[in-house]
Design a protein around this ligand. Structure first.
Ligand code: NAP
Length: 248
């Protein structure tokens, strides 16, 4: 069953990892997909082709989610190219890990700007379109680390916890216009972001997870399909943890 037939989605950070997985599963569910990336031009062109071959409209846009003006411009372009925007997925994110003692101001600011300010930028830019439509689903990518904290990731944890507060506020502000805002908090998902970790650490993670494996981008994408579709039409302001039971 195609759950997103005819809906238009925009996904930030779609060129790799979780965002790419979401784009692929959304296209299989019949959604037209606009996605962004920071620098992976070739990967984006490949993905555009792959998604288009599934019979949906697909387009990649090079756009820095941390930049307010670029987000405004992006939404103007996507609205022009696609017509309406039914679904926004704020997925773009980075890590710059270090203990507080060694964390530079620049590494703190950059993580907050790419991970948290981007959510403000994109939501602000898309809200006029969704308000006019009186319809929309916004899904923001937090993390298990935003819920419970993590040593060596104070900047990342702060950005991901901030996303939860922002999203709950949007659920309250925009609910009366039928715009829903929810959060997904992934656990340990095996992508390039986690590929930076050494294999022994990764094995330790897998072993500590009740379901005994790391998650896949598809695991996150399937939760996004639910939150983007009409199956979740009475759900807003929630944090769905997709983590194999890592945090219960
Ligand atoms: P990833 O493999 O590193 O991919 C990151 C994506 O974001 C890429 O498409 C990248 O584009 C894009 N991006 C980075 N900076 C950007 C910017 N300033 N503007 C626009 N796009 C930008 O990461 P991932 O593991 O898929 O993670 C995706 C999201 O899930 C992140 O928000 C992350 O924090 C969250 N998350 C991940 C995990 C995990 O275990 N992997 C767990 C919890 C939460 P380029 O290819 O052009 O660089």
């Amino acid at each position: 069953m195609k759950l997103l037939e005819g809906k238009n989605a925009i996904i930030t950070g779609g060129s790799r990892g979780i965002g790419k997985g979401i784009a692929q599963i959304f296209a299989r569910h019949g959604a037209n997909v606009a996605f962004t990336y920071a620098s992976s031009v070739e990967a984006a062109n490949e993905l555009e082709k792959e998604l288009s071959s599934l019979g949906v409209k697909a387009k990649g846009y090079k756009s820095n989610a941390a930049n307010y003006n670029e987000c405004e411009e992006l939404i103007k372009n996507v609205a022009g190219d696609f017509g309406s925007i039914d679904i926004l997925i704020n997925n773009a994110g980075i890590t710059k890990d270090n203990l507080l003692m060694r964390m530079s101001e620049e590494d703190f600011d950059q993580v907050i700007e790419v991970n948290l300010k981007s959510v403000f930028n994109m939501t602000k830019a898309v809200q006029r379109t969704m308000l006019k439509q009186r319809n929309g689903s916004i899904i923001n990518m937090s993390s298990v680390v935003g819920v419970k904290g993590n040593a060596g990731q104070a900047n990342y944890a702060a950005s991901k916890a901030g996303i939860i507060g922002f999203s709950k506020s949007m659920a309250l502000e925009l609910g009366s216009r039928n715009i829903r805002t929810n959060v997904i908090a992934p656990g340990f998902i095996e992508t390039e972001m986690t590929g930076k970790l050494d294999e022994k650490t990764v094995e330790g993670w897998r072993e500590s997870i009740p379901l005994k494996r790391g998650g896949t981008p598809e695991d996150i994408a399937n939760a996004c399909v639910f939150l983007a579709s009409d199956l979740s039409s009475y759900i807003t302001g929630q944090v769905i943890q997709v983590n194999g039971g890592m945090l219960t």
